[in-house]
Design a protein around this ligand. Structure first.
Ligand SMILES: *[C@@H]1O[C@H](CO)[C@@H](O)[C@H](O)[C@H]1NC(C)=O
Ligand SMILES: *[C@@H]1O[C@H](CO)[C@@H](O)[C@H](O)[C@H]1NC(C)=O
Ligand SMILES: *[C@@H]1O[C@H](CO)[C@@H](O)[C@H](O)[C@H]1NC(C)=O
Ligand SMILES: *[C@@H]1O[C@H](CO)[C@@H](O)[C@H](O)[C@H]1NC(C)=O
Ligand SMILES: *[C@@H]1O[C@H](CO)[C@@H](O)[C@H](O)[C@H]1NC(C)=O
Ligand SMILES: *[C@@H]1O[C@H](CO)[C@@H](O)[C@H](O)[C@H]1NC(C)=O
Ligand SMILES: *[C@@H]1O[C@H](CO)[C@@H](O)[C@H](O)[C@H]1NC(C)=O
Ligand SMILES: *[C@@H]1O[C@H](CO)[C@@H](O)[C@H](O)[C@H]1NC(C)=O
Ligand SMILES: *[C@@H]1O[C@H](CO)[C@@H](O)[C@H](O)[C@H]1NC(C)=O
Length: 304
């Protein structure tokens, strides 16, 4: 008795489910897409959901390009090597975006490829992605360390990176035989043997910053590219915080100059007030001659 009673609701549910399934949105869309394809095969115009094959190819290329670029950016996020590693991919994506923006499509207005991909909906994924990559590239300031319109780092950036590599290598050599995590480390050797390399690196960085500030007036940003900034940040922290070496004195010279100037200000003040009061005394002694001088000027003015 029990089995048939339990089977009945199941059968009802199944039939209901099947009936509901026919109305499911997924199947409806498939039907519409199929109809659209049929309509197009029959040569009928209309705002069809399908892209032209050429347009579809452009979109696929952009999709693959942006996947590769975002992969590169994420993999090179730490330590920062964005500009060195992903420049080619970024330029490639710019070309692909440009291709889409220029793709007009060859048939009717409704088939305009650029319009269809870039502006047809509220979300505009392709535009959003392109804008994101542009902003990231801009914020990283990569233009600042990459050669004009071509592969590779600019000369000064290459020089900086070579020095950076040399500094790290020097640190490594002079730390050999010391376990980094043993607390009482003796970094005397590192500080002594790498101070030349470190000083060169620091000087070059300061020079690049100065040059960049000069360019800033002609529309550049105040930051060096993130690869260079991060490399210097890491090295400075290692040098002064981890190794506890002294900072090179090139930075302290202006500080000393300014402090000694301020220290001397009181002396200058008293000296000048002393001289001033002396001058006043002399003026008090000699009022008559000044007056006679003035009358002489008056006479000269009358006769001129
Ligand atoms: C238009 O596009 C179709 C298919 O995409 C292609 O076969 C045809 O040659 C194109 N016509 C022109 C004028 O570009
Ligand atoms: C991204 O930058 C390129 C080149 O500067 C530009 O052509 C493109 O329109 C930008 N993309 C967006 C979405 O603004
Ligand atoms: C980079 O190219 C721009 C024009 O695209 C040019 O004005 C500028 O002088 C170039 N800079 C260098 C360093 O070649
Ligand atoms: C960069 O370096 C290369 C090779 O060392 C050299 O040929 C080129 O002139 C340099 N460019 C600049 C702008 O200094
Ligand atoms: C420095 O550069 C050399 C060769 O270019 C490379 O083999 C080495 O791994 C680099 N060292 C560091 C610490 O990046
Ligand atoms: C560190 O090592 C140097 C020589 O390698 C030695 O002269 C110095 O005394 C050591 N300092 C400490 C605190 O161990
Ligand atoms: C590095 O430090 C050592 C010892 O303190 C010193 O003899 C040497 O002149 C320094 N080198 C540079 C380039 O400052
Ligand atoms: C340098 O490192 C500190 C801490 O790690 C960070 O807060 C700062 O933003 C870094 N500076 C640059 C220019 O990357
Ligand atoms: C760094 O060195 C100074 C003396 O040169 C010392 O007073 C200070 O405690 C050291 N700091 C660290 C974190 O080792």
């Amino acid at each position: 008795m029990a089995p048939p009673c339990r089977l009945l609701p199941l059968a009802v549910a199944l039939t209901l489910g099947l009936a509901a399934g026919l109305d499911a949105p997924g199947e409806a869309e498939e039907l519409a897409a199929g109809m659209a394809a049929e309509l197009r095969a029959a040569g009928l115009p209309g705002d069809l959901p399908e892209l032209e094959p050429e347009c579809r190819r452009l979109l696929t290329a952009f999709a693959e390009g942006s996947a590769m670029l975002s992969g590169c950016l994420a993999r090179r996020a730490r330590p920062v090597r964005l500009c060195q590693a992903c420049g080619g991919l970024y330029r490639g994506l710019l070309v692909q975006y440009g291709d889409i923006a220029r793709a007009v499509g060859n048939s009717s207005e409704s088939h305009n490829c650029a319009k269809s991909i870039l502006t047809s909906d509220r979300l505009q994924v392709v535009v959003t992605l392109s804008a994101f990559f542009n902003e990231t590239w801009e914020a990283a300031n990569c233009a600042n360390c990459i050669k004009n319109n071509s592969e590779g780092l600019s000369n000064s950036t290459q020089e900086f990176m070579d020095l950076f590599n040399k500094s790290l290598t020097c640190f490594e050599h002079n730390l050999q035989g010391q376990a980094i995590d043993l607390s009482p480390n003796n970094y005397t050797e590192v500080c002594k043997n790498c101070n030349g390399t470190y000083k060169n690196l620091n000087d070059l960085y300061n020079k690049l910053q100065r040059l960049n500030r000069h360019g800033e007036e002609s529309g550049h940003s105040a930051h060096l590219c993130i690869d260079v900034e991060d490399a210097m940040n890491i090295t400075r922290k290692l040098w002064s915080r981890t190794f506890n070496c002294s900072v090179p004195c090139s930075d302290t010279v202006p500080v000393i100059a300014v402090s000694s100037f301020i220290l001397f200000l009181p002396v200058v003040f008293y000296l000048s007030s002393f001289l001033h009061s002396k001058q006043k005394k002399r003026i008090l002694i000699l009022p008559k001659r000044i007056q006679s001088n003035a009358s002489l000027v008056n006479i000269q003015e009358k006769y001129s």
